[in-house]
Ligand binder design. Structure first.
Ligand code: CUA
Length: 187
């Protein structure tokens, strides 16, 4: 008989395994709880539906040609920001949005996976080549926000960021012209 083995060793092993099982269950419950809290309390948004776009013709035709990037205001007042991410910049580099009005972002990437978050708001998405990422959010406070790339995309990743100017709604409306694409990039 090996040292330590006795009539009780089987019962001790079962008790130890049961103890570890409860610890593992507690960890799983904690992780699921964290997902629920971040989802509800921080308004983290679920991934958008799958919408594809052809990377090869992105620059040539369709929604993401350069002249169509930036902020547009539709006839019914809906505000849409279109942008692309590429190594190592966003286009446009400076985005204008109104405060207190729902803004829909539509973005994609040309080369590899990028992503962005706008300051400490819940505007946060990945940009994936071949797919259109979209979400709608409302910026409550006017001011300038930094918008860094948050997916490691290569050696220039840490230098990849844009700015978002949140303007008071009246100031935004004064600058928005029908059919035009707004940005705050210096020209
Ligand atoms: Cu683009 Cu990191």
């Amino acid at each position: 008989m090996p040292p330590g083995a006795g009539p009780d060793s089987h019962a001790i092993a079962i008790a130890a395994e049961r103890r570890w099982a409860w610890i593992v269950i507690a960890i799983i419950v904690l992780l699921v709880g964290m997902m629920v809290v971040t989802g509800l309390h921080w308004s983290a948004m679920p991934p958008s539906r799958v919408e594809t776009v052809d990377v090869k013709t992105l620059h040539l035709k369709g929604e993401f040609v350069e002249s169509n990037l930036g902020t547009s205001v539709a006839a019914d007042g809906k505000v849409t920001v279109r942008l692309i991410g590429q190594q190592y910049s966003f286009e446009p580099q400076c985005i204008v949005v109104p405060a207190g009005v729902p803004v829909t972002f539509r973005g994609t990437a040309t080369d590899t996976i990028h992503g962005f978050v706008v300051g400490r708001t819940n505007a946060n998405t990945m940009l994936i080549p071949g797919f259109v990422s979209t979400f709608t959010t409302t910026f409550t406070t006017p001011g300038e926000q930094l918008m860094p790339c948050h997916e490691y995309c290569g050696t220039g990743h840490e230098a990849m960021w844009a700015r978002v100017q949140v303007l008071p709604a009246a100031e935004f409306t004064a600058r928005a012209k029908p059919g035009e694409r707004l940005s705050c990039v210096q020209r």
